[in-house]
Design a protein around this ligand. Sequence first.
Ligand code: C2O
Ligand code: CU
Ligand code: CU
Length: 570
Amino acid sequence: MKIIVLAALSISFLFSAFSQNPVYIPPTQSGTSFNLDLQTGQTQFLPGDMTNTMGANGSLLGPTLILQKNDNIQIDVTNNLGEPTTLHWHGLHVAPENDGGPHTVINAGDTWSPSFEVLDWAATYWYHPHLHHKTNEHVQKGIAGFILVKDPVEAALDLPRTYGVDDFPLAIQTKAFDANNQIIIESALDVNLMVNGTLDPYLDVPAQVVRLRLLNGSSERSYLFGLSNGVSIHQIASDGGLLAQTNTTNRLWLSPGERAEVLVDLTGMDGQSVDLMSYGSELPSGNYGAAQPGMGAGQTIPDYTLNPLNGNDFVVLSLNVQASTANPVTTIPTTLVNHTIWNEADANTTRNLTFSPVVMGPTAIQGPFLIDGQAFDMMVINQFVPFENVEIWTLTNNSPISHPFHIHDVQFYVLDINGVPPPPHQSGRKDVILVPSGQGVVRFITQFDDFYNDTLPYMYHCHMLTHEDDGMMGQFVVNAPAGVGLEVAGEIGEFMSVYPNPVENYVMVKVEGDFTRVHVVDVSGRVVLCSQLEQFGDTKLDLTGLNQGMYFITVPELDGAVKFVVSSSH
Ligand code: C2O
Ligand code: CU
Ligand code: CU
């Protein structure tokens, strides 16, 4: 019985290698207000039964959101999945309440409307669900989309940037299907490779310099990208921004969650075809996608060696070169943007995180994996980071498989990997870094600025989504700076109390005495809010219209003020 199933799998793998489909390019949304309608649907992946899938504004994947740096935007996310989920802006630097992590649940039928200023560098980011224990399922079923941030620094460079013409978002994922063409959420037989949800894809590209925005959106697998004709690719951006210098290379390794923007020079190749490959045969042992996922021969995963994608070279996407466009980009820039990296000496804190298997021995490769010996617990804050702290995080992997570590809120710079400064593709702004197997050590440096919230955490976790859902995740809060939160000064303190602390979207004011009005005043003395006091009970002041900054609550008849800080844009 087992043999029949396997034969069927390999036949569909071979069969599909001969059929070619134009790669799907998601539609775009731009401006300052965005709409995502999370929904279920059906997708025809394979001949026969349709596959039950999930998407945003459609049955699979979601639109590409194009954001301009420093715009104030709002995204309305409506959950029509019939079950709870969350939506996370992977790589964006936003306040914890806008981050879409596991605490920010959108219940079935609800709309969640985060609004924030885009503070990120021009780069390729993405969105995906993040409900604890459900992240892998919701991503595997199809919810994922691109976020392209634009900024003036990037705009000043001579780069391809016409979406779908010479600039292409490419999400590389794999799925496993059962006999009824339904997605198997967790399986080592993820033999179906797809780009933007398209199996056996080709892309028509003009005979000039084109830009590919590669996203490894797979749940577990690493890819080692290269071109079949042996010509180099030119990496210009990593996860969180353009590199300082173009990285010209024959191979580019992306682990789950990572992105890279690469330029490919197709000048003069009109009529030819070249394949974007993954050279799985060159991935070292101890990485998912290599011939051996563990470091030693016995350390494997059931069915792993039966998957033809493991340890083999395969085509990811065929590039069919067509006539060039009217004003083609024909050169590859060498110098891109300036980076100012914190000095190690500037770090206020060093944190050490250790990854370990629960079970040692030959099955150690199957997890579950833990960070610092603890499985993720929604109710436990694992790290407390002081606001604006510069920190070095040291990640040590005491397990026989590599893990792509991701942190929310910040972009970081890798200081070293196993004591050696990072190679060019890992030298820029990063939010995911693969920590090598077998006592591999990565150190990175970053700063936790702009946002704090003493109670609502950000996540850090392995971006192999099976590992994340199994608890390889922790959470940190960025604590309010000393002296902010609520501070009461003067006579007003005898008559009035205010909560909660820290202040979030509203404050409750309780006044004892015969007073009628309360004011909120900004630092320049301007009254930004004036409210009647409730005669019985507490008065609720809605602060959602206020910008970030310091404010004072005053009562006209009383001296003194209550000082508070609005920590994020609402
Ligand atoms: Cu891409 Cu915490 O996620
Ligand atoms: Cu993230
Ligand atoms: Cu992992």
